[in-house]
Design a protein around this ligand. Structure first.
Ligand code: DQA
Length: 150
């Protein structure tokens, strides 16, 4: 069974209690459980990982090569700063969909810039936790199209 990695960055472990008016009331565990169930419906396995450390996120992306067919990434604030995460996505060549719970383009100017977006297939933001499921759907479609073409 093909697998998708759901990777969450800094402060996303605090979901549920962190600014619920911006990020919603669901905990990360709840969001991850919905991702696993949603991927399964499409015949995919999912693995979830959250870290507050950029290096651990980098190692997870490197380790995904040859293991996961796709990556859903909410890099949190590293989205706006991390050339290293962008380079990692370019390096492993795994189709990646960037997710944000909030609409980063409707918020402070410093959130409008995303290094991840340059390397990702696309970006989904502003739909709360539903965005993760939309990202899984986008990846499933992309992966199926790519395997149809070979
Ligand atoms: C976020 C948006 C980022 O700007 C912020 O730093 C986060 C969460 C989101 O999911 O809306 O930590 O990625």
């Amino acid at each position: 069974m093909q697998s998708i990695l759901i990777l969450n960055g800094p402060n996303l472990n605090l979901l549920g209690t962190r600014q619920p008016e911006v990020y919603g009331a669901e905990t990360l565990e709840m969001v991850e459980a919905r991702c696993l169930a949603h991927a399964k419906k499409s015949g995919f396995q999912a693995q979830c990982l959250q870290s507050n450390h950029e290096g651990i996120l980098l190692d997870a992306i490197h380790g995904a090569r040859g293991v996961h067919a796709g990556l859903v990434l909410n890099a949190g604030a590293f989205t706006h700063t991390s050339i290293a995460l962008m380079d990692a996505i370019y390096s492993v060549e795994i189709p990646t969909v960037e997710v944000h719970l909030s609409n980063i383009h409707a918020r402070e100017e410093f959130r409008h810039q995303s290094y991840i977006a340059r390397a990702a297939l696309g970006q989904i933001c502003g739909f709360g936790s539903q965005g993760y499921l939309m990202a899984i759907d986008a990846l499933v479609q992309n992966i199926s199209q790519a395997s149809d073409a070979t």
